[in-house]
Design a protein around this ligand. Structure first.
Ligand code: ZN
Ligand code: ZN
Length: 377
């Protein structure tokens, strides 16, 4: 039988190993999420409309500068070295079990009681553990984002649902199946997304501008090769909304610029209901609103119009010219770039991509084979 001290040493070793493993997992997740988090939750270079989302100390000016900075340093909840700065999904019964192994500070005996939820906002809640001596322990399950009433977990879940492409409806399915309370309601969810939009927008712009610089560095000039493609919200040729993008060339293609094209505006459509009953308010709102309609014509022409628009603004936006275009098979895009050239001094050349080239090649060969067969008989 091993000696007591050997057992103790083994236990310590195991604990150290577990700790270092846990730290490794957390660090790897953290490193990947860190850059994005910096932009999404603690970006201090954002527009004023989004300034609340920060866990970091801001640069202050004035006499209270040092005082405030020290205070923020003390109260800062954003600690990169804190190995425990992440969430844990735990069943309530285990929390109760844990407490039942502790001594109540009030009655000085083994804690014995029950737990209840004092407040719930989406995935956040405030838990109350009441000992039979009526002593209460309250804990919050998520931090509050500074200067807002929003809870960290609700903000993160909204971002996550959007990134995963499942939206609020997806989250509503995911949570009950995981036996987790339902998330915030749809209004709060979209409110959070609206709130974060400027941050998403700034991250998107920064990411695309970095991608342009990378592509320029690779080609050693500010004339680059791009691929372009478009997609619609709905299949078929009747979609009211579409999106087009240009991508850099290479094994790790990145989006350089994109544009959403819409044939319909929800505000303009809604306004029609008061067009005749309140013409004054109708024209007032109509003139003031930022109309979403930016494409007139068929849904099929969205890709041609959109990609041409992206070419036309590249010089102004990023001081770059898309000199070579890798077509995605849409036969109308390249002729449009030739007939209405976006640059005065660059004539765009077309590179056929392998997929479409081989498809076309196969189609032509099949045609020849068919015609030869007919000739034989
Ligand atoms: Zn007690
Ligand atoms: Zn409109």
């Amino acid at each position: 039988m091993p000696h007591y001290s050997v057992l103790k040493q083994e236990k310590r070793l195991l604990l150290a190993r577990n700790k270092s493993k846990s730290r490794r997992i957390v660090n790897s997740v953290k490193n990947k999420a860190h850059e994005l988090q910096n932009y999404l939750i603690s970006n201090k270079d954002q527009s004023t409309s989004n300034e609340q989302f920060t866990y970091k100390a801001r640069s202050f000016t004035g006499p209270s500068c040092r005082k405030l900075t020290n205070f923020l340093k003390q109260t800062s909840t954003h600690d990169n070295n804190n190995v425990n700065d992440y969430y844990q999904i735990i069943h309530n019964s285990f929390l109760l079990e844990l407490l039942k192994q502790a001594i109540c500070v009030s009655c000085n005996s083994i804690w014995n009681g029950d737990m209840s939820v004092a407040k719930r906002e989406g995935l956040y809640c405030s838990l109350v553990f009441t000992c039979c001596c009526s002593h209460e322990i309250k804990i919050n399950t998520s931090k509050q984002c500074l200067n807002t009433s929003k809870r960290d977990i609700n903000v993160r879940s909204s971002i996550g649902a959007n990134f995963a492409g499942i939206g609020h409806q997806g989250l509503i399915k995911l949570c009950p199946i995981s036996n987790v309370p339902i998330p915030t309601d749809e209004d709060h969810f979209s409110d959070t997304i609206d709130y974060l939009l400027p941050t998403f927008e700034s991250y998107k712009l920064r990411s695309m501008s970095n991608a342009v610089e990378d592509a320029c560095k690779k080609s050693n000039e500010r004339k680059i090769t791009v691929g372009g493609d478009g997609t619609w919200q709905k299949r078929g040729f009747s979609s009211l909304h579409g999106v087009v993008e240009v991508l850099s060339n290479g094994p790790t293609a990145k989006v350089l610029d994109l544009e959403q094209l819409s044939k319909k505006c929800s505000i303009s459509t809604g306004l029609l209901s008061i067009k005749y009953s309140d013409p004054k308010q109708y024209s007032e709102i109509k003139n003031k609103h930022q109309c979403e309609i930016n494409h007139v014509g068929s849904s099929a022409s969205m890709e041609v119009a959109g990609i041409h628009r992206l070419f036309a603004r590249s010089k102004m936006l990023c001081n770059v010219k898309y000199a070579h275009y890798i077509g995605d098979g849409d036969a109308k895009v390249f002729p449009k770039l030739l007939s209405d050239p976006p640059y005065e001094d660059v004539s765009i050349t077309k590179i056929e991509d392998v997929n479409h080239f081989s498809k076309k090649m196969l189609h032509h060969l099949q045609k020849i084979a068919k015609s030869l067969k007919k000739k034989q008989y």
